[in-house]
Each structure stands twice: as structure tokens, then as C-alpha cells.
Design a protein around this ligand. Sequence first.
Ligand code: ZN
Length: 266
Amino acid sequence: MFWYKEVLPDVYHIEDSLGVCMTLLRGEREALLADAGFGLENVAAFAAELADRPVRLVLTHGHYDHVLGAGWFPEAEIFEEDLPLAREHEKRMWKERALQEAKLRGIDAGTETFSGGRAPVLKKLEEGTIRLGGLSARVIRCPGHTPGSAVLYVPERELLLTGDDWNPCTWLFFPEALPVTAYRENMRKLLALPFRHVLCPHRRALYDRSMLEAFVDGLTDQTLSDAVSVDTGEWLGIRTRQAEPAPEQCIVFDADKWECAPHCRT
Ligand SMILES: [Zn+2]
């Protein structure tokens, strides 16, 4: 079961049954789906029906909760830097993880889960503008959450799709994540874009620019120094710290990847 809402004209934010979101941009000629979700259900059929025109799939990065649904499509585009990650996250172990999550939520995954194990042809995503007819998406390389993270800017709707580079609680502690200072530099560059609205994969809401701005502006050395240790459960061995750059927003990062003053390396 998918939830969806047309948050701006011809912009649909969609949530899959395991709670991860993707975004469909419906142009006059073609539609673009940003991310594919966990893949328990046939997301390609759902997107095709909603779009009523051909759907091109772009993946913002290689994590399993964004790429497993790509199996329902013949092909998907992703930045080259995340190709190895996407191939790893298509493997059985990650599908089992998604199935466990489904079980916890009392969802019967059925037999057609993950399109019967088919994998899409992964093609290299290029920076530049994808024109859909009346609507376009500028593909921007923004390494941070992963080395090949992509952000999409839709000028006609003054909209930014951040991928997992930003959620109100942003995770930057996985082994493939960049150091928080390098991430911060890339996020600051995004603020040069004249967007007014923001969509992210782990919330349904359409946010105002001020939310992301407050987060990025709040990523100061002081805020990072004030970060407290946090237990991320299974990710043992990573010294995770949580900082609050803005009210009700957080970032969890790997303290070992941050060159900071000696007092915060205890
Ligand atoms: Zn991710």
C-alpha cells in the first residue's frame, strides 16, 4: 500500500508501506521518480498509473531503502560513486532486513516481493538538467550521506529534493558517509539555489526553505563540539555523536571522522 499526496502541482510525494518516501515529478512528456523505496510492492506499476506517461527512475543514493524498489523497473540511474553501494544493497541480506521490518509492522509481503528478485540495469547518472516537458530536474552531485549522493532541484516549483543528505534527523555515521565538515561544505553550496520548498525521503511533509537553512546554518564547530554520544544499536564500533543544529532537528555523525579539538575526542 502506498500513501501519496500532490504537494505541489504535478509533484507527488509517495510513501511505501515501510515508511520511506519517494517523489514523482510529472512532466508533460515524461515523469521522473526520485528513489524507489524498499520494493515490497510494485512501485513501477504504481508510479506508471499515477504518472500516466513513461517514468524514468533516478536514485538519490545506494541505500537499500531507496534502491530495492528499483527491481520493478528495467533500469535506474545513479551516480557512479554509489554504484558499488547500490549493488551491495540489492543483495539478499538487505532484502531480509526489509522483510523483517515488514514482519514487525505486521505486513504480509506476499510472493511477488522485490519483483521476484530481478535487478534493474544500473546506469550512470549525469549532472545536468532532465527536461520532462513543463517541468525539469537539475541533477546535482552532493556527496555527504554517501559519496554518490544526488540532490534534485526543480526550478519550476522552486523545490529541492534532498535525498538522505537531509532529513530533520540526518544520518551521517555509516562507513560510506563523508566527514561532517566535508558534508557541511557541500550543504552550504545548496543554499545558493533559489528553492522555497524542500522534500526529503524520511518525512511526508513539504518543508519550507527556512527549515533546511536553519539546519545548515546551525552546523557550526560549536554545535558539533557540543554533540553528545548516542547509541545507534547495531552500528557498534562507530563512535556516533548527535548534535542539534536547529530546534527539533539533529545530525548523527561519526566522531572519528571529525578533526576537532582534543576535548571532544574522549
Ligand atoms: Zn540513506
